[in-house]
Design a protein around this ligand. Structure first.
Ligand code: PEP
Length: 260
């Protein structure tokens, strides 16, 4: 499928790191280092508390703002949750849903990830749906079956029009925060399979426009090789997004000749 239709995305997931003071310092450094035209979409997803400050700092910059989760309702008695409409009001354009840490520590299921994604898309946000197998799944040769199940559940409330507001992130759990990256070929193979699954559900045309990111210990050194895979359209970056130089290194790799 022709990848020239897909603008690459480099997204930083800060997780539960960096309060407002540190957020300001990192974004100021990032904006000073980043070229005016980075050659790809750049997104940062700080903790909720940083969002208003980040939105202010990012005005007029090539960096878009996202959040790390959202609820499926826009208001109500859901202590500790945050609504898609609130994220939009705070200046977010995107939101991550179904991250493996939400699945592992906070009881996220395919069904709840699907409800969050549908609500985010309905609100006009871009939803980044994370899927990926555990080490045990992979050792059992189950990685595609697990990804297929997570994809079907996550996309259950998304129709063909909604798919244009969805980005997939393939994040093998065993590669997140471990320093252990999937080989470019392995990651590329699963992303190709994910695109095929999307084509079966939404048709070739829609799947050809779907952006699929790789996440899991991507850094400024391995990014080039991963991004050169024809079905990998960018990265979801955790640890390496917390240092401006490393994040910019990944963004620069995305723009290198022959990578995309
Ligand atoms: C992530 O949290 O989505 C992630 C990929 O983390 P890391 O880059 O640190 O593995």
């Amino acid at each position: 499928m022709d990848r020239s239709r897909r603008t690459p995305v480099i997204a930083g997931n800060w997780k539960m790191n960096l309060g407002p003071a540190a957020c300001r310092a990192l974004l100021e450094e990032l904006l000073a280092e980043l070229p005016a035209d980075p050659g790809c979409e750049v997104l940062v997803c700080p903790p909720y508390l940083d969002l208003p400050l980040a939105a202010e700092l990012l005005v007029g910059s090539p960096v878009a703002l996202g959040a790390q989760n959202c609820h499926w309702e826009n208001a109500g008695a859901y202590t500790g949750e945050i609504a898609p409409a609130m994220l939009r009001e705070a200046g977010c354009r995107a939101v991550i849903v179904g991250h493996s840490e939400r699945r592992q520590y906070f009881g996220e299921t395919d069904e709840t990830a699907g409800r969050r994604l549908a609500a985010a898309v309905e609100e006009g946000l871009t939803g980044i749906l994370c899927v990926g197998e555990s080490l045990a799944d992979r050792e059992a040769g189950e990685e595609l079956a697990v990804c297929a199940r997570q994809l079907a559940g996550g996309l259950s409330g998304i129709d063909a029009a909604g798919l244009s507001r969805v980005i997939l992130a393939y994040e093998p759990v065993w590669a997140i925060g471990t320093g252990r990256t999937a080989t470019a070929e392995e990651a590329g193979r699963v992303c190709r399979a994910l695109r095929r699954m999307a084509a079966e559900r939404y048709g070739e045309e829609a799947a050809a426009g779907l952006r699929i990111l790789y996440g899991g210990s991507m850094n400024e050194k391995n990014a080039r090789e991963l991004l050169a895979q024809p079905d990998i359209d960018g990265g979801l970056i955790g640890g390496a997004a917390l240092a401006a130089g490393r994040f910019c290194g990944i963004i620069a790799a995305c723009g290198e000749e022959g990578v995309l």
